[in-house]
Design a protein around this ligand. Sequence first.
Ligand code: C2E
Ligand code: CA
Ligand code: CA
Ligand code: CA
Length: 282
Amino acid sequence: AKSSGKNQYELYHHEMHKNESKIMQMEVLLRKAIENDEFFLVYHPQVDMKSKQIVGVEALVRWKQKELGIVSPGEFIPLAEETGLIIPISEWVIKKACEDILNIHLKGYSNMYVSINISALHFNHDSFFRSIEAIFDQVNVDPRAVEFELTESMIMPNASETIGKLVKLKKLGIKLSIDDFGTGYSSLSYLNRFPLDTLKIDKSFIGKLGIYQDDSSIVEAIISIAHRLNLKIVAEGVENKKQMDFLSRENCDRIQGFYITKPIPYPELLNFLENWDEDLLN
Ligand code: C2E
Ligand code: CA
Ligand code: CA
Ligand code: CA
């Protein structure tokens, strides 16, 4: 028993080092990825429930690594946040998304917006506002066509400090959305203290719609709170017609999900917009 204890310790130690070096390898790869421009964006359309038109897209980052293939953000954003590498990545994402939506406007879809996920670390970094201003100086996009997605955990802890930052972004014309709504801090009192435009109901609620003991009453309640506060409501993770029809009946403003399409790269997005037929939703 004594020796097996020792072996277990060594095994554990070995595993730990293996994990550590794996993380360090990833960090090296991530640094190279920034130098070599290995990131790209995919876009996930949002459909307006009244007009049945594509009114905007959410930008989602991907990493194309020679050996690893396409790495999803769930796998590298946490490491990027830990190492601070998220800041150049986030700046790249915001700039690229602004350039792409400008080009979409120039193709004739002049009312479309892009919604961009903002990293907590970037948002809280001293350089944040400066880097946003620099991007809007460089890219001639109308800031009103740009929405930032923030999470409850980003804005709640230092509420009064955050309000100031959000007001500055609003003055530039940027729209503000709360992502994953319903999963974070459950305090509702902040909703009308922050200058918000949109709430995104988390997909965990949408996924349960129509299933035994579903979350339909929570979804109904969130939609009605949003509307009372003059906020638009977006449901993400819509995967079937039943979920869409429920959300439409409940006056959800917009939907996003695999039922419409998987997220697609820019060239395919142009194709998708050109071939969009609202009758596909009937
Ligand atoms: P999120 O912001 O909640 O984004 C929604 C995620 O749900 C996306 O995953 C999207 O592909 C997925 N999704 C949307 N509709 C459906 C559906 O109908 N069914 C299913 N099963 N999934 C659906 P993705 O692209 O892997 O992104 C994961 C998370 O990574 C995002 O969650 C966001 O928190 C983060 N992320 C993505 N792109 C960026 C970025 O550019 N910057 C930052 N800071 N974070 C990002
Ligand atoms: Ca999001
Ligand atoms: Ca989400
Ligand atoms: Ca999220």
